[in-house]
Design a protein around this ligand. Structure first.
Ligand SMILES: NC(=O)c1ccc[n+]([C@@H]2O[C@H](COP(=O)([O-])OP(=O)(O)OC[C@H]3O[C@@H](n4cnc5c(N)ncnc54)[C@H](OP(=O)(O)O)[C@@H]3O)[C@@H](O)[C@H]2O)c1
Length: 324
């Protein structure tokens, strides 16, 4: 099969199209003939050598795919050859064939093509488990989403709005702010305004109930300053820095919760549980087109270096997708 491999850790041009043996699904696994694979910021970290796949997982990049099931391993009940699915994987997505643990696959949302559905799993699993399971965001509450125009951000804005929350989103340009507004957020151009001031003014000094952060570093104190009583801060990325110095007092006085998580190293059972909740609560919203994956551009496997450059440049609004 054709696949995109990381020849050695380094720049985007180290992504090379190679020929590899087609993998064979083991017990509890399915083999998907990939029609499209989503590109995510963690793929860039992996290419740079900062985000290795968990033990036993393909070292090819790619955390999500959509396509048709080519074969089914032993002990798989739900899926059959010929079913169309999209799936979360811990690696191996940039390939014509990809092994998927059966519980991590979902049917294609009704009406969506594989080229659209491939852009869903990584950000929807991440946002669902953080914003709603850990962060307990609920109807009538408010959330501040950093990187509102990112793959994660465009997903978080739509899900927050669909479940009845008010969304504030930061972004670094007017074009990105416009995209966030069209998805239903109150956008804040963080290069022109102080997001803490904007949030405090917009909420009459109350603050937001939840902050979803991908930056870290000096955003930590500012995120704490944005939170309302009983607020929750969800740390899911560190694009700024992993280190920060904070005044702990407001965590006590406002009774805040600071948490975070990574998705890739969770067990198949945990990911399967998230998949079932998504299928029940979010798939109907995708089928009715109330929410949708936001795709900036679709490129071929041979253009994988360009796909990474595009994401790294910060020019993308939403997701980049690769097709074999
Ligand atoms: N914990 C998890 O389970 C999990 C899972 C998936 C992704 N993530 C993390 O979530 C974050 C977003 O991922 P994504 O795939 O949605 O990313 P993406 O689409 O590439 O978007 C990243 C955006 O972040 C903003 N940004 C702000 N400061 C930045 C900096 N120093 N370097 C680069 N970008 C910066 C940029 O928008 P502006 O121009 O508006 O600043 C950029 O467009 C990443 O940190 C990723 O590692 C975490």
């Amino acid at each position: 099969m054709k696949a995109v491999a990381i020849s050695e850790f380094g720049p985007p041009e180290n992504l090379r199209v190679v020929e590899l043996p087609t993998p064979v699904p083991g017990p509890g696994e399915i083999l998907v003939r990939v029609e499209a694979a989503g590109v995510n910021r963690p793929d860039i970290l992996q290419r740079l050598g900062h985000y290795p796949p968990p033990p036993g997982v393909s070292d090819l990049p790619g955390l999500e795919v959509a396509g048709t099931i080519a074969s089914v391993g032993p002990d798989v009940e739900r899926w059959h050859e010929g079913d169309t699915v999209c799936a979360l994987v811990a690696g191996g997505g940039y390939a014509e064939y990809c092994i998927v643990p059966a519980p991590q696959a979902l049917p294609l949302p009704r009406g969506l093509r594989p080229g659209e559905a491939a852009a869903i799993p990584e950000t929807y699993f991440t946002v669902w488990t953080n914003l709603f399971q850990r962060g307990r965001l609920s109807e009538g509450e408010s959330v501040l989403i950093h990187g509102g125009s990112s793959g994660i951000g465009t997903t978080a804005i739509q899900l927050a709005r669909a479940f009845g929350a008010t969304a504030y989103a930061t972004a670094g340009s007017d074009a990105k702010c416009g995209a966030c507004e069209r998805l239903g957020a109150h956008a804040i151009n963080y290069k022109r305004s102080d997001f803490v001031e904007v949030v405090q003014e917009a909420t009459n000094g109350k603050g937001v109930d939840v902050v979803l952060d991908i930056i870290g570093g000096d955003y930590l104190q500012r995120n704490i300053d944005c939170l309302a009583m009983h607020g929750r801060l969800l740390q899911i990325g560190l694009l700024g820095s992993a280190r920060a110095e904070v005044n702990l007092r407001p965590i006590m006085t406002k009774r805040l919760t600071i948490t975070g998580s990574t998705l890739r190293t969770r067990t198949v059972e945990e990911k399967g549980a998230i998949a079932r909740e998504l299928e029940a609560r979010v798939w109907p919203l995708l089928a009715s087109r109330q929410i949708r994956p936001i795709i900036h551009q679709t490129l071929s496997f041979s253009d994988a270096p360009e796909a990474h450059r595009l994401l790294e440049s910060g020019a993308a609004i939403g997701k980049v997708v690769l097709v074999p």
